[in-house]
Ligand binder design. Structure first.
Ligand code: CS2
Length: 489
């Protein structure tokens, strides 16, 4: 069977939506570099840019991975083209054409650097996950991070995204080329501000004048990104092959819901993202908070508790009425009261829609995938609500159940000899090795992991008591509920 590529694209025309701009004689030039070409990017930003390219402009994307060769090996033979399956009551398929090349920084450093320093590159977007920013618990660049130190020591090739972007910005500064606009599309609170501060703080280590220039000129909007994107599986590959009658090495699937809110500070020269459905807002932080607290916090709670109960996917866990009722109580009693929602958002309805999205039978979203990198996700999605509630004297007991479930999840992985996917895995596994199962013994050990829990929390006696109570309560719930669910266990 032939491959999806520039030369076979025309054969799909009329069968499903294809990027007409890729069939035109004059194709768009690259104007965007994207770091982190994972599934989320391909289902989200690359999709929006694909739609925007239909309105013209040189906004094709050069997608860069820091080390992994997977995406490049899969998509370069097909000229960056891939199929996007949108899973709803019926699945619809379309070909995305915005990604024009895929580079691997560790192997093609000069080519990546050339893209980043070209004046035609006006945007750098990124999905490098929480850990890619190398921030400390205070949200600042961690100057003691071994890879940041390695980059700061002046090696010719940066190994971190922050080091890479900062050195490209330094080269632009030297060459008198304006900085590119950087857009973080990761689930971090205040993502744009944190990225901007991280880059400036990195630059300040070597060159105060560069830091000053960035302070004046670097544009780094905050964003809120949303679309549930489960990992590609064989069923998707089979369906896509049947649909397009061509081989696609790496199709992507996502739910129909998709949202991208960008702080309205972009340079006027920009892709037609607005026509493609992007929302520009003066203040994105309220949207970010709403999404992190109402979608990602329940997602993580579902992932850890659901995993402990033996469920495999979000959909499976959502069939458990008792579990869902607990999470719903956490949302209504402790999450909704914890923040001020954007004026235009009806939070009750927004939250109900999110729960309905979790119940989508067409989405097979593995709990284990959401459970990854807990040490990076918990500080963004759970701890801020706990801090806000403690300050205001509101209850935190249900939010603490998510922390307890995370601790018990880590212990379960360790006892089953399963790999823990987390940049702090070593530290967390060392904690589990000392655990006895007794809340007053185990919980202080976990809370002492200061890369996750800042002193203001770990030293707070109300917080400590609430997490210990939750640890006890979740252990009992899991033991009893698993048995009643499945007597064979
Ligand atoms: C999930 C998110 O994997 C996870 O941690 O909570 O990826 C979630 O699916 C997206 O943020 C939805 O926009």
């Amino acid at each position: 069977m032939e491959h999806l590529s520039n030369s076979t694209l025309a054969s799909l025309n009329g069968k499903l939506p294809v990027p007409a701009y890729r069939l035109a004689e004059v194709k768009p030039q690259i104007g965007i570099v994207h770091l982190g070409p994972g599934a989320f990017f391909r289902g989200h930003q690359a999709f929006y840019t694909d739609q925007a390219l239909q309105y013209g402009g040189d906004w094709a994307i050069s997608a860069v991975s820091m080390r992994s060769a997977d995406v490049s090996q899969a998509l370069m033979p097909q000229d960056g083209l891939y199929t996007l399956a949108v899973l709803d009551s019926q699945t619809s398929y379309q070909i995305i054409g915005s990604v024009q090349e895929i580079l691997i920084a560790s192997e093609q450093y000069a080519a990546v650097f050339a893209r980043l320093t070209a004046s035609s590159t006006r945007y750098v977007t990124m999905t490098i996950t929480e850990k890619g920013y190398c921030l400390n618990a205070a949200g600042e660049l961690d100057l003691n991070h071994p890879q940041i130190q390695q980059d700061l020591s002046g090696n010719s090739q940066a190994v971190t995204a922050i080091g890479l972007l900062a050195s490209a910005l330094a080269a632009r500064y030297q060459a008198n080329v304006a900085p590119f606009c950087v857009i973080s599309c990761d689930n971090l609170t205040d993502n744009g501000h944190k990225l901007r501060r991280a880059l400036i703080s990195y630059a300040a280590q070597n060159d105060p004048a560069l830091a000053n220039w960035l302070e004046q000129q670097l544009i780094s909007p905050c964003t809120m990104v949303d679309s549930i994107t489960p990992a590609t599986d064989d069923a998707l590959r089979t369906n896509v092959t049947a649909e397009i009658d061509l081989t696609d090495n790496w199709p992507i699937k996502r739910e129909a819901f998709v949202q991208w809110v960008i702080e309205d500070i972009l340079p006027s020269e920009r892709p037609a993202w607005q026509q493609a459905g992007v929302i520009y807002a003066a203040d994105v932080s309220a949207f970010e908070k709403a999404k992190l607290r109402l979608l990602n916090a329940p997602h993580s709670t579902l992932a850890y508790t659901g995993y402990l109960l033996g469920y495999e996917t979000v959909f499976d866990a959502m069939q458990d009425e008792q579990l869902v009722a607990q999470i719903q109580q956490m949302v209504s009693a402790e999450i909704i009261p914890s923040f001020i929602a954007p004026a235009e958002l009806d939070v009750q309805q927004y939250s109900a829609e999110i729960f309905a999205r979790f119940r989508n039978p067409a989405i097979r979203h593995l709990l284990a995938q959401i459970a990854w990198d807990g040490s990076q996700k918990i500080p963004m999605r759970i701890l801020p609500a706990i801090k806000d509630n403690l300050t205001a004297g509101r209850s935190i007991e249900r939010l603490c159940s998510c922390l307890a479930a995370w601790f018990l999840f880590i212990r379960r992985r360790a006892s089953e000899g399963e790999k823990l996917i987390d940049p702090l895995a070593e530290t967390l596994l060392a904690v589990t090795a000392q655990c006895t199962g007794k809340a007053s013994h185990d919980v202080p050990l976990f809370l002492a992991v200061d890369a996750v829990f800042p002193a203001e929390l770990s030293l707070n006696s109300e917080f400590l008591a609430a997490v210990m109570a939750a640890y006890q309560h979740v252990s009992v719930f899991v033991a009893q509920h698993t048995i009643s669910q499945n007597p064979a266990k």
